[in-house]
Ligand binder design. Structure first.
Ligand SMILES: [Zn+2]
Length: 310
C-alpha cells in the first residue's frame, strides 16, 4: 500500500520548477484564452441527479450544439468540444458530433459514460479513459488529443491512465484544489505526468463559485466581469468552459418538473437571453485575451518545457 501510494506522486518537482515565471505564450502580446464546451446533454444531467429521462430526444444536445456552432463561427473561434463517447451510440447526436468536427473544431473526450473517475477499478478506468478515445477515433477517424474528467473527478491513477491512453493533454484540474496523489497542480499549462500536459481550469478562490459561464448566467454579468478581470491580471492562459445548457433552448415544461430540474438545465432562462449573455461573455474575453486553439497552447507549453529542461 505504501509503495503504491509513493508511486502515485505524478508531478515531478523538476518539471514544475520555474513554471510561474514562464512568459505567457501569445503572438500579439496578449495572454491566450481557449474556448471549451462540455457536451453534457439532458440525459446525462438527469441521470447524474437520479431523475428519470423518458424522452426519446435530447433537446439540450440537439439545440445546444447548433447554437454554439453558429456563435463560434460568428466569432471565428476554433473551440474544443468534450464529448461523452457513449453519446455516439445515439444517431442524431453522432451526426451533430460529425458536424462539430466538419466545422473545424477539436473534439476531446469527456469519458465514456460520465462516471466520476476517482475510486474506479483499473478496468473501469481503462474503459472510461482509453475506451472513450478509441470510440471517438472509430467514429471520426481522428484520435482526440484532450481529456476532461467528469465532475473534475481526477486523481493520480486517472492521470496516469490519461497519459497511458496517449492523450496530449488533460484539462480537469484547478489550482488551489487538491488532486489526490498529485503533488502540485500546475497554475498554467505545463507537464503533469511524463509527456502529458495539464491545461488547468481557472482557480475560483476567493470567488465563491467556479468561474464558468453557467454560473455567470445564474449570478449575473458582474460576477463574470469580476472573475475575468482577476484572471486577466494573473496572466495565465484562460480556459473559458461553456456547457451545452448555456446555449440550449430551455427544456419545454412537459420535460422538466419542479424548480431543480429547471435550474440545473438553465431552463428558467430564455433562449435568446442565453445567447445574448454568451455573446457578451465571448466579446469580453476577446477584448482581454487572444483566443486560440487548445492544441496550440499545449504545443507551446510543451516546447517551453523542453527549452527550460534542456
Ligand atoms: Zn460533464
Amino acid at each position: 500500500m505504501n509503495a503504491t501510494t509513493r508511486g502515485e506522486q505524478v508531478v515531478g518537482e523538476s518539471a514544475e520548477r520555474g513554471s510561474a515565471d514562464r512568459p505567457a505564450d501569445s503572438s500579439d502580446g496578449r495572454v491566450p484564452a481557449v474556448v471549451h464546451l462540455d457536451l453534457d446533454g439532458a440525459r446525462h444531467i438527469f441521470r447524474l441527479r437520479g431523475w428519470p429521462w423518458r424522452a426519446e430526444t435530447d433537446p439540450v444536445f440537439e439545440t445546444g450544439v447548433p447554437r454554439a456552432l453558429d456563435m463560434f463561427d460568428a466569432f471565428s473561434i476554433r473551440a474544443t468540444f468534450f464529448l461523452i463517447a457513449e453519446d455516439l451510440d445515439d444517431p442524431p447526436k453522432a451526426a451533430l458530433v460529425r458536424e462539430i468536427a466538419r466545422r473545424g473544431h477539436e473534439i476531446g473526450s469527456h469519458s465514456l459514460t460520465h462516471s466520476p473517475l476517482r475510486g474506479l477499478s483499473a478496468d473501469q478506468l481503462e474503459r472510461e479513459v482509453a475506451g472513450s478515445r478509441d470510440r471517438i477515433h472509430q467514429e471520426l477517424g481522428t484520435m482526440p488529443a484532450g481529456f476532461r474528467a467528469p465532475f473534475f473527478s481526477i486523481d493520480a491513477p486517472a492521470v496516469r491512465a490519461v497519459a497511458r491512453a496517449g492523450y496530449a493533454y488533460d484539462t480537469s484540474m484547478m489550482p488551489g484544489r487538491a488532486v489526490p496523489g498529485v503533488r502540485r497542480v500546475p497554475d498554467r499549462p505545463g507537464p503533469v505526468h511524463e509527456d502529458l500536459i495539464e491545461v488547468p481550469l481557472p482557480a475560483f478562490r476567493p470567488l465563491p463559485y467556479p468561474f464558468h459561464p453557467s454560473y455567470s448566467l445564474v449570478l449575473g454579468v458582474r460576477y463574470f466581469d469580476w472573475g475575468l478581470a482577476r484572471f486577466a491580471r494573473a496572466g495565465a492562459p484562460l480556459v473559458l468552459l461553456f456547457h451545452l445548457i448555456d446555449f440550449a433552448e430551455p427544456l419545454p415544461s412537459s420535460m422538466v418538473g419542479g424548480w431543480k430540474q429547471r435550474l440545473f438545465t438553465l431552463s428558467h432562462i430564455g433562449g435568446q437571453r442565453k445567447l445574448d449573455a454568451c455573446r457578451r461573455m465571448l466579446d469580453r474575453v476577446r477584448r482581454s485575451f487572444s483566443i486560440t486553439q487548445t492544441t496550440r497552447v499545449v504545443d507551446s507549453a510543451r516546447s517551453q518545457h523542453r527549452e527550460t529542461s534542456a
